[in-house]
Write a protein that binds this ligand. Structure first.
Ligand SMILES: C[S@@+](CC[C@H](N)C(=O)[O-])C[C@H]1O[C@@H](n2cnc3c(N)ncnc32)[C@H](O)[C@@H]1O
Length: 225
């Protein structure tokens, strides 16, 4: 897993993801209403762009971005803004190097379905959250967005392809309640068909429009107080 994402980092894909994920993340972060002094964990932070966005939301916010790829973390550290309360660590979802009940929120964009052991990863998210803390997890790869199914073969690492209801049940199974889901559509639209470039992830314009219209799945999971 680390090797695959190290290669992505070397190929500049962290910055491509930053551009692709920006609008959906802005919409979610706006609704999070982050307060001063909150501690937030960004799971699968890539080059740390969302870690820094979260840290800019209020005074004295402490955000830690973790990623299994040392090259992604190197990129995150290289882009660090020392005025922000952000830092970046190499770590795996399944073994978070933080004490119990440390974070007020866990945030994650387009990462959690890569967990090798999903139940353990969700259990770790639950463990590090304070009672009453919230996990905000966003994914584009889910069953009701059929255009994404091919990603499971293209990426070359095991990925969890679950339905919206299965994601809710997975979070509930480790103790989250309530767990709600909604779709977030990129406000920039699908773009211009003339400038669409086919890739193994998205071979044609119709598939791209379908992925865009299905939107990102936002899972909002509360650890009971
Ligand atoms: C699709 S990228 C998303 C990056 C970033 N959140 C963004 O939106 O730009 C997924 C990230 O999750 C990381 N990742 C995958 N599996 C992981 C695991 N088990 N533990 C920690 N990080 C993992 C990868 O290294 C990669 O940087």
């Amino acid at each position: 897993m680390a090797r695959t994402f190290d290669q992505w980092a070397e190929a500049g894909r962290a910055e491509a993801m930053e551009d692709g994920h920006r609008d959906v993340v802005y919409q979610v972060v706006e609704k999070m209403d982050i307060g001063p002094g909150e501690r937030i964990l960004d799971l699968g932070c890539g080059n740390g762009w969302a870690t820094r966005l979260l840290a800019r939301q209020a005074p004295d916010v402490e955000v830690v971005g973790i990623d299994i790829s040392p090259r992604m973390i190197a990129r995150a550290r290289a882009r660090h803004d020392p005025r922000l309360g952000a830092r970046y660590e190499v770590a795996a979802f399944e073994s978070l190097p933080f004490p119990d009940e440390y974070f007020h929120r866990v945030f994650s964009m387009e990462s959690i379905y890569y967990a090798v052991d999903l139940e353990r990863a969700l259990g770790e998210i639950h463990r590090v959250l304070v009672p009453g803390g919230v996990a905000e997890v966003i994914i584009d790869f889910y069953l009701e967005s059929p255009g994404t199914e091919v990603w499971g073969e293209v990426v070359g690492v095991p990925m969890h392809y679950l339905s919206e209801a299965e994601w809710r049940r997975a979070f509930e199974a480790v103790g989250f309640h309530p767990v709600t889901t909604r779709r977030i559509v990129d406000r920039r639209g699908p773009g211009d068909p003339a400038s669409f470039t086919p890739t193994p992830w998205c071979p044609d314009w119709e598939t791209w429009v379908s992925i865009h219209q299905c939107g990102s799945l936002w899972i909002h999971a509360v650890k009971p107080a």
